[in-house]
Design a protein around this ligand. Structure first.
Ligand code: EPZ
Length: 421
């Protein structure tokens, strides 16, 4: 297993390119199940999760081939030959569950393993199932698998969910695109990744109204066709590098980053003393005079994203004053706290709320990464800690940050990847 070793204390400066958004690429790859024609996706990030999705789609019968040398443009196409998504793949990556709606819509049946809980919380899938039942699916749980079937086509319906779910919105949006009649998804997630999926589906011939709003109206069509679509830049990678620039006291240009996708992240970072300037082809990020504490509550987009909570917490450990973070999306997303405390951070957690008091210094330590964004946070902490930080179990990181050590090296950080012995 790899570890990442950081010798802290260098301000970052220079330019890096923000890659395609993982959480847009994954559902858009799944959209390849909705047509027997070729779907061409560009700006696909090269990440472990994209490889896992490739494996899943291949075992459903869909060929996924790189069509450029850099592997960022993928061609997807083929006939569905198998409707089972096995436990061994779904347990590794929850986004696998997104095949349920498209398989049902295309071939009327699907058997998809239940994902189970994961490090950051229980993460049920009841909203996905309820929505698909409203569209006419019959769903049975058997042997750890969801067995779903529909006679004929799914039928359009109105679905109002009690709270916002990114994954359920995506599953239902894809299913409804091929359903008979009109579907209205109320209280839909508004994340830019949903907008990107909807744009991809529209390019494939779907009829979707209200993109970007919390009510999506979908008029189902008989079939979808092939299309070309470019994945949006990753707003969480953007925010993570913005935090890195700010805490290290440097100045970094994030090529291709989009301000209009950052939602509350921009406001909070600016409030904390980070200068973010929009330029025609990206964002310039630097620290102003000093960092100040800020209070943050994680919320669905355009609120502050749970996927930025851990990285912001690191910034708060180095800010003047106190910050209060309330995590409202996942019940167990504070696993980085104990590791940050071992590096000298002053953080108190009470349920979903954490109070962070800025400290003069963090010190390097051997720390254990527990999930994707927690891993990124520990790397950020290592960048400002005195001495050496070893982040262990970095396979989490490779799921969502392409070549993070190379990008940080380009910005002048002393970071390298080493094999665990
Ligand atoms: C997506 O997960 C992202 N994953 C997550 O990214 C992200 O943290 C999350 O949205 C919130 O923004 C992908 O896009 C692949 P949800 P998802 O359904 O769709 C509860 C990362 O680091 N819920 O919006 O699984 C759920 O438990 C990750 O890249 C139900 O109760 O999240 C959570 O509390 C990790 N029943 C809340 O809703 C359901 O049926 C929001 O989850 C579905 C969700």
């Amino acid at each position: 297993m790899d570890r990442i070793r950081i010798r802290g204390g260098r301000p970052l400066s220079g330019e890096i390119k923000v890659g395609g958004a993982k959480n847009a690429a994954l559902p858009l790859m799944v959209a390849g199940l909705l047509t027997d024609q070729r779907l061409i996706l560009s700006n696909v990030p090269r990440l472990a999760d994209v490889q896992t999705m490739t494996l899943l789609l291949q075992q459903h019968g869909i060929a996924v081939d790189p069509i450029t040398d850099d592997g960022r443009n993928l061609s997807l196409g083929g006939a569905i030959s198998n409707t089972e998504a096995p436990y061994d793949i779904v347990r590794k990556m929850r986004a696998s569950f997104l095949v349920l709606g498209p398989l049902l819509a295309r071939v009327g049946e699907a058997r998809v393993s239940l994902p189970g809980g994961c490090g950051i919380g229980a993460r049920p899938i009841d909203l996905h199932l309820k929505g698909l039942e409203q569209l006419g699916a019959r769903i049975v749980l058997e042997g750890g698998y969801i067995d779903a079937r529909v006679h004929g086509r799914l039928k359009g319906a109105t679905s109002v969910v009690p709270f916002v779910s990114v994954g359920a919105t995506e599953n239902l949006l894809m299913a409804a695109s091929l359903a008979e009649g009109r579907t209205v998804l109320a209280n839909a997630a508004r994340e830019p990744e949903i907008g990107d999926l909807a744009a991809g589906l529209v390019a494939m011939g779907a009829r979707i109204d209200g993109i970007g709003s919390d009510t999506l109206t979908i008029d189902g069509v008989d079939r979808l066709h092939g299309a070309e679509h470019a994945i949006i830049p990753d707003r969480i990678e953007t925010g993570s590098y913005a935090c890195a620039a700010a805490i290290s006291g440097g100045s970094v240009f994030l090529r291709d980053a989009r301000l209009d996708h950052l939602g509350a992240t921009v406001r909070i970072l600016r409030e904390a003393g980070v200068d973010i300037v929009e330029e025609p082809d990206g964002l310039m990020v630097k620290r102003l005079n000093g960092l100040h504490g800020a209070d943050v509550m994680t919320e669905p987009y355009p609120g502050f994203p749970t996927d930025m909570q851990a990285q912001f917490m690191v910034l708060a450990t180095r800010a003047r004053g106190q910050s209060v973070i309330t995590e409202t999306i996942f019940e167990n997303r504070y696993m980085h706290v104990s590791e940050l405390s071992r590096m000298g951070a002053d953080i108190h957690v009470d349920g979903r709320t954490s109070v962070i008091r800025g400290v003069k210094r963090l010190t390097g330590a051997k720390v254990m990464a527990s999930d994707l964004r927690a891993s990124a946070a520990l790397i950020l902490a290592g960048l400002v800690a005195e001495g050496t930080t070893d982040v262990l179990r970095v396979y989490h990181l490779d799921r969502g940050y392409e070549k993070i050590e190379k990008k940080l090296q380009k910005l002048g950080a002393d970071v390298k990847r080493a094999k665990d012995v």
